[in-house]
Write a protein that binds this ligand. Structure first.
Ligand SMILES: *[C@@H]1O[C@H](CO)[C@@H](O)[C@H](O)[C@H]1NC(C)=O
Ligand SMILES: *[C@@H]1O[C@H](CO)[C@@H](O)[C@H](O)[C@H]1NC(C)=O
Ligand SMILES: *[C@@H]1O[C@H](CO)[C@@H](O)[C@H](O)[C@H]1NC(C)=O
Ligand SMILES: *[C@@H]1O[C@H](CO)[C@@H](O)[C@H](O)[C@H]1NC(C)=O
Ligand SMILES: *[C@H]1O[C@H](CO)[C@@H](O)[C@H](O)[C@H]1NC(C)=O
Length: 317
């Protein structure tokens, strides 16, 4: 899927690396004795990846994505089925950072993939102009990773506010957290297939989504013709796709939410006031985002009894 926007997908990747259960002891200086440079090492890899991504001349037409729009970082160039790209290229930044850490004798096999992912998500936000925040560390990596075990923990592009709230609530996150984390779609790309229902009248009885801004709808139809190459990716934020900002909410006010699950935040009277507030006040949004990311980072944390430190982030030890 994507190479750049790492954020909500964090929710997704966290479920891959660390499944819910007990809460281990998290702290900001967890690696101060074992790997004091962990933050710098991860940041360097993330910064390099972002630079590489944007240096590509053919950006973004030639970039194919994975995932369901809650998309992450990486270089998924051809494996477009969601599960394949996430398992493979989808977590490439994490794998690269792990390599960089393990090249350092002190850090070797000390830093969990789940922690690398949490740091990397923060670093992408910062590189893209979003808020800095301290990341709590000390997660272990999960010992189980199956499609069936994450099934109930993934959102879809057509989900409504009830579904969004239910899933977040299950993970001790509020509607505010949900709306804040949805702004991860201020960065990154998605596959055209995820918006076909929204931009084409496949059924004569169903018209094009009435909440869609028709100017934007026409642009989407141009970018995503019906016979589009399934690898083609489109920006999730059509206005400031490379900047982490509250334009995501301004877009929703204008009917420019890419997914139904974005636009419903404005359509639904329960979430609309928050969308309006954060469209107006970027500092309030930044604060809410940091709060929500920190809470998300506490969900399902593994400890040394039910997790370990993976040697290879893409495989069990
Ligand atoms: C991806 O999902 C498809 C269908 O759901 C399944 O057949 C395939 O084995 C999965 N691939 C991986 C790598 O999990
Ligand atoms: C949610 O919070 C409750 C009470 O603190 C806790 O028992 C439960 O494990 C938490 N759920 C998750 C998914 O972290
Ligand atoms: C078209 O309508 C049928 C029957 O109402 C429905 O099952 C199907 O999901 C619809 N397809 C799309 C693309 O909306
Ligand atoms: C739709 O988008 C256009 C162009 O970006 C904008 O000028 C217009 O105000 C939007 N329409 C609505 C209803 O917000
Ligand atoms: C994009 O596609 C072209 C032609 O298919 C290929 O030559 C190029 O390497 C691709 N670029 C990326 C970044 O995948």
């Amino acid at each position: 899927m994507t190479r750049f926007s790492m954020v909500l997908v964090v929710a997704l990747c966290l479920t891959i690396f660390a499944f819910p259960e007990t809460t281990a002891q998290l702290s900001r200086n967890f690696y101060s004795q074992t790997c004091p440079n962990v933050e710098q090492i991860v940041r360097n890899v993330v910064q390099m990846k972002v630079k590489e991504t944007f240096a590509e001349k053919d950006y973004p037409d030639n970039i194919s994505l994975a995932g369901d729009g809650f998309d992450v970082v990486i270089q998924a160039k051809k494996d477009y089925p969601d599960n394949i790209s996430l398992a493979g290229d989808g977590c490439d930044v994490v794998i690269q950072a792990k390599k960089a850490l393990d090249a350092n004798p002190r850090c070797r096999n000390k830093v969990s993939c789940a922690d690398i992912l949490s740091l990397g998500a923060r670093d992408v936000v910062v590189v893209a102009g979003g808020p800095f925040y301290e990341v709590e560390l000390g997660r272990f990596d999960g010992l189980v990773s199956t499609a069936s075990s994450v099934k109930g923990n993934l959102l879809g592009p057509s989900d409504n506010v009830n579904k969004l709230n239910a899933l977040f609530m299950k993970n001790n996150l509020t509607q505010e957290d949900m709306i804040a984390l949805s702004a991860a779609h201020t960065l990154g790309f998605a596959h055209c297939s995820k918006v076909f229902n929204k931009i084409y009248n496949f059924n004569s009885t169903i018209s094009v989504d009435p909440t869609l801004n028709m100017t934007y709808g026409k642009e989407l139809q141009m970018a995503c013709p019906k016979n589009v190459d399934p690898r083609i990716a489109i920006n999730m934020d059509p206005v400031t796709p490379r900047t982490f900002d509250n334009v995501y909410y301004k877009n929703l006010q204008q009917g420019k939410g890419l997914f139904t699950s974005d636009q419903v935040l404005y359509t639904d009277g329960r979430s609309r006031p928050t969308v309006n507030a954060w469209a107006k006040d970027s500092q309030a949004f930044n604060r809410a985002f940091v709060t929500a990311m920190t809470k998300l980072g506490r969900v399902g944390v593994k400890n040394s009894h039910n997790g370990n430190i993976r040697h290879d982030c893409g495989a069990f030890n």
